[in-house]
Design a protein around this ligand. Structure first.
Ligand code: NAD
Ligand code: WQD
Length: 338
């Protein structure tokens, strides 16, 4: 019996597979490496000293996906595969809808056919939209502001419908807040293409000298220091949350949306200061205009994760900054040098 991990070579997938292998769970990965490198999976094996099986397969390729279901006895699926760049999704909505939604439908059809009804799906706090107040609870009304976010919302809806048609499914929709950091070995981490969109990879690239300075988007939000507040969560805590979700679905039928965050908000300036102190590195920055589509404050109510999964995030913002920096310093070019 094995767990199928789609998109397992990516940032969150690779960290999650470390946790799965360390819990002695057999893992089969499919990834088309559109936003990752197979080297990440070699590193996962180096960290854990355990083997996994990986296929270079696009989830849109139904025949190849079916072969994976034929080759292995799959007991559950963790579905990370998807495109995730918000700005790109605005420019290329069809690519996003096709890849994320059609890809997911192909996967769910095969799961149905092979009677694999246990699923952990990577959703996002982006489904809470712009107007809900924090702390965000799972039962709030959902809305989205870009095609990427809409794919997450639609896939959640599709899964609700699948469950309503067949109540033997066991599904958890994990709504991640802002995952940052890296495995403490420094061997795996976030490896964005081109100019990073997100705060922490931008900060680490300024730290290493790849970029001159950070632009802080907005200083007039209704927050303690005027800069945006987010719920940053260490990627290893997030990865452990998947293991807890997997344990949960083996015992519970139904479909549950669950936030994965720390429940604490930190401002952009706090992130910069914590990073500088933890790593003894200076991060030059300038204040820029607000980034369109951003909200002032976004953090999770994490009581449902604690209650249902028995999971809480343990790592501090300082841990996140230190571990992100270790990965960036050890591999300034990400995985490409290998
Ligand atoms: P990532 O891009 O590092 O990983 C996604 C993986 O999926 C990549 O390895 C990519 O090559 C693969 N992939 C994409 N399309 C595929 C396809 N058609 N077939 C096979 N493989 C495919 O992203 P991540 O940060 O690890 O995110 C994982 C999941 O979590 C994504 O679904 C993302 O939308 C979601 N998520 C991420 C964040 C975040 O801030 N990182 C926040 C909320 C939700
Ligand atoms: C964090 C804070 C920025 C970059 C995004 C997606 C969301 C989810 C997680 C997938 C904000 C500020 C950023 C910079 C800055 N992904 N910032 N300068 O926007 O909260 O969430 O990633 O589901 O869908 O939208 O994360 O890291 O981009 O921004 O000042 O160069 O840092 O304004 O306040 P965000 P982020």
């Amino acid at each position: 019996m094995a767990v199928l991990v789609t998109g397992g070579a990516g940032y969150i997938g690779s960290h999650t597979i470390v946790e799965l292998l360390e819990a002695s769970i057999d893992v089969v990965v499919v990834d088309n490496y559109i936003n990752s490198k197979p080297e990440a999976l070699n590193r996962v094996q180096a960290i854990t000293g355990k083997d996994l099986t990986f296929y270079e397969v696009d989830i849109l390729d139904e025949k190849s996906m079916e072969q994976v279901f034929e080759n292995h006895e799959i007991e559950a699926v963790i579905h990370f595969a998807g495109l995730k760049a918000v700005g790109e999704s605005v420019a290329l909505p069809l690519s996003y809808y096709h890849n994320n939604i059609t890809g997911s439908i192909i996967l769910f059809k095969l799961m149905n056919k092979y009677n694999v009804k246990r699923l952990v799906f990577s959703s996002s706090a982006t489904v809470y939209g712009l107007s809900n107040p924090s702390p965000l609870t799972e039962n709030l009304p959902l809305s989205t502001t870009n095609p990427y976010g809409t794919t997450k919302w639609m896939i959640e809806k599709i899964l609700q419908d699948i469950y309503h048609a067949d109540s033997t499914w066991q599904i958890v929709l994990l709504r991640y807040f802002n995952p940052i950091g890296a495995h403490e070995s420094g061997l795996i981490g976030e490896d964005p293409n081109g100019i990073p969109n997100n705060l922490m990879p931008y900060v680490t690239q300024v730290g290493i000298g790849k970029r001159k300075q950070l632009g802080v988007f907005g200083k007039d939000y209704d927050t303690p220091d005027g800069t945006g507040v987010r719920d940053y969560i260490h990627v290893v805590d997030l990865a452990k949350g998947h293991l807890s979700a997997l344990t949960y679905i083996t015992k519970h039928k139904g479909i549950e949306a669950i936030n994965l965050g720390t429940g604490n908000g930190h401002s952009v300036l706090e992130v910069i200061k914590t990073f500088e102190k933890a790593n003894n590195v200076t991060i030059p920055y300038t204040f820029e205009k607000r980034r369109p589509g951003d909200i002032g404050t976004c953090y999770a109510d994490v009581s449902k994760a604690k209650k249902l999964l028995g999971w809480v995030a343990k790592r501090s913002l300082e841990d996140m900054c230190r571990d992100a920096w270790r990965w960036q310093s050890m591999y300034p070019e990400g995985y490409v040098n290998d």
